[in-house]
Design a protein around this ligand. Structure first.
Ligand SMILES: [Fe+2]
Ligand SMILES: [Fe+2]
Length: 289
């Protein structure tokens, strides 16, 4: 069993019989950070959220997450920040993820990685929430360890509806097939399994047969007039010419906050409602309201 951390947003809320949890996908650069800072406090209030998890692996210039920008996401209303394959692109995260327990890096990033890949947090009304992240193996740039065997002991130690009221697994990988595999592996054993890394929301939000809310990819919090969040000129040039060259720079226009909204049942710890979230910017709009 991992240690429990009480969170600053864990204030008194009416008893709804369950939790309202928001997950926001990869925050992309300054535009993504600003949009989270401007809009997340309102979403927390309007949707009466009990718990918010934000993926921050691209929040600093599209590459990793600095200490300063991690603090900004936490101040904006993230209870927990997950990372990904870009976890340590900003070198100060090597130390900050040890100092700040609300940062979760992938369980299977490396045996010598600092920080932790799973932790239990205390949310509203003393309810406990497990957050964990794993990297997939298919089409990834490095040969990470098997995510299924990394998850197994974590799932076994934290059955939903037991000591933890809810649990969220962020599966960070390229292949939709692998994400769906992780979803079914966790079905009935976690409240939420949500994919990150590909930066485009998939239209498959659902509650799996044994009660786990699932979406293959949450999408990014970024400007979709881009190539997965980067200004489109340089990626297009590389695709067309096949030659490396200039720098990738995060696109900075209208940001769509993308993610997943889930309501859980405190008795079972499983999902009772799931809604895709796309708020603001260019994409078609959706959410729980
Ligand atoms: Fe990634
Ligand atoms: Fe990403």
């Amino acid at each position: 069993m991992v240690a429990t951390l009480r969170l600053p947003f864990a204030n008194g809320r009416p008893n709804t019989g369950g939790m309202r949890i928001l997950f926001l996908g990869d925050v992309m650069g300054r535009g993504g950070r600003q949009a989270v800072a401007e809009r997340l406090p309102g979403l927390r209030r309007d949707w009466r959220l009990d718990f918010v998890v934000v993926n921050g692996e691209n929040a600093t210039g599209g590459r990793g997450l600095s200490t300063e920008h991690a603090k900004g996401l936490l101040e904006a209303g993230a209870d927990v920040i997950t990372l990904g394959d870009h976890a340590f692109d900003q070198k100060d995260m090597l130390r900050f993820c040890e100092a700040e327990p609300r940062i979760i890096r992938p369980l299977n990033y490396s045996k010598s990685a600092p920080g932790t890949g799973a932790r239990v947090f205390e949310a509203t009304r003393g309810r406990k929430v497990l957050v964990a992240q794993v990297l997939g193996q298919v089409f990834m740039s490095r040969p990470y360890d098997d995510p299924f065997s990394a998850l197994e002991p974590v799932l076994k130690a934290h059955p939903p509806g037991g000591a933890v009221a809810a649990s969220l697994i962020d599966i960070h990988c390229e292949a939709t097939s692998e994400k769906m595999g992780v979803g079914h592996f966790c079905d009935g054993r976690a409240s939420i399994v949500v994919g990150t890394h590909t930066h485009v929301p998939t239209a498959d939000a659902t509650i799996l047969p044994r009660g786990t809310a699932f979406q293959s990819d949450a999408g990014m919090c970024g400007d979709y007039d881009s190539v997965i969040g980067m200004q489109k000129d340089e990626p297009l040039r590389r695709f067309v010419t096949g030659m490396p060259g200039g720098r990738f720079t995060p696109a900075m226009e209208e940001v769509t906050l993308c993610g997943l909204y889930v309501e859980t049942d405190d008795r079972t710890g499983l999902a009772s409602r799931v809604e895709m979230v796309r708020q603001g910017g260019r994409l078609s709009q959706t959410g729980p309201a």
